[in-house]
Design a protein around this ligand. Structure first.
Ligand SMILES: NC(=O)c1ccc[n+]([C@@H]2O[C@H](COP(=O)([O-])OP(=O)(O)OC[C@H]3O[C@@H](n4cnc5c(N)ncnc54)[C@H](OP(=O)(O)O)[C@@H]3O)[C@@H](O)[C@H]2O)c1
Length: 292
């Protein structure tokens, strides 16, 4: 995928939620393995694992050519007042040792202790001061996406076989129509989708001699035309996930997955915001449904 700043970004991106902070060297090795396999996009959220993710990514960045990597850092929890946005940017500069940002993404409007509109203005102001090449957003509602449609360069949102809200409500199609790469988080629902042994996925895995996770990845990237972020520290999983892009399924088979619905997930009352009695969108995939 090509971003608005012109950099080619791999369709599989590296997720970094839950790294093992007691084994930083192995985590760095996993990132280097991803890189050796052609993956050049990494998500970095300073709040993850009490900040240990910053140490891992800093070590990784020192071992590769900076210009080859697309680093997407997140403005996240702890953003109570407008000056905290700049403060978080300074933490990334300090900890990662970088002097420009391929992308800065708002984790979700719910992390802000002030108005979303003010964030939109503030990040535009900081764009030139800190050499931010792309501005991204995550977990926006369709209305919020509309509001920033003319300036957004990158979108990260929930999407997988069982959680199709961002397709149902037009977020994905709006992004693709406006040449904004859409990257799905929890594409494998942390390996829980495969554990359900859905008839359709098992059928396709047998037909194409692939794993269930490979069938899901292939459908998301090759058919839905979106990017995905996958976290894995295991070389055999990383290899399996990347090799999922090396085959094609028939149109009829892709449609089997397009049509797939999980009624339990579809019934969940959800919201993009913190609303009483509703599950926030990023928490939907973690609801106790099916085999855990
Ligand atoms: N913007 C947001 O609000 C938001 C929300 C959630 C996540 N994210 C980002 O998206 C990334 C991806 O989401 P995620 O980590 O929650 O979920 P995920 O990538 O769907 O799943 C990661 C889990 O699946 C396992 N896994 C990966 N490949 C596998 C394979 N081939 N076979 C079996 N297990 C496999 C990994 O374990 P192993 O290490 O053992 O392989 C890990 O436990 C995150 O790391 C984070 O960077 C963003």
């Amino acid at each position: 995928m090509i971003t608005k700043s012109g950099k080619q970004v791999s369709k599989i991106g590296i997720g970094t939620w839950t790294i093992n902070k007691n084994n930083i060297d192995d985590e760095v090795k996993a990132l280097q393995f991803y890189y050796s396999q052609g993956v050049n996009y990494i998500d970095v959220v300073l709040a993850y694992d009490d900040g240990a993710v910053l140490d891992v990514v800093a070590k990784f960045l020192k071992s590769v050519k900076r210009e080859d990597i697309f680093v997407n850092v997140f403005i996240t929890h702890g953003c109570e007042k407008i000056t905290d946005v700049e403060q978080q940017i300074k933490v990334y500069i300090d900890k990662l040792g970088i002097d420009y940002f391929d992308c800065i993404t708002l984790h979700s409007p719910v992390v802000l202790g002030f108005d979303f509109d003010d964030y939109v203005k503030e990040i535009q102001r900081l764009k030139h001061k800190y050499n931010i090449l792309n501005i991204g957003y995550s977990n926006l509602s369709p209305e919020q996406l509309k509001q920033v449609q003319d300036r957004i360069c990158f979108f990260e949102g929930l999407y997988n076989l069982e959680n199709k809200i961002n397709d149902d409500n037009g977020i994905i199609s709006t992004c693709l129509k406006n040449n904004v790469p859409f990257y799905a988080y929890q594409p494998l629902r942390r390996n829980r989708t495969a554990k359900q042994n859905y008839e359709e996925v098992v059928f396709l895995a047998n037909k194409y001699s692939k794993t269930q996770n490979q069938i899901i990845i292939n459908w998301l990237v090759k058919h839905k035309n979106i990017g995905i972020l996958i976290k894995s520290s295991k070389q055999e999983h990383i290899k399996e996930n990347i090799e999922a892009l090396n085959f094609e399924m028939s149109e009829k088979d892709y449609q089997l997955l397009d049509k797939f619905r999980n009624k339990e997930f579809d019934k969940i009352p959800f919201s993009y915001f913190n609303e009483d009695g509703k599950i926030r969108i990023d928490q939907i995939p973690n609801q106790p449904i099916g085999v855990l």
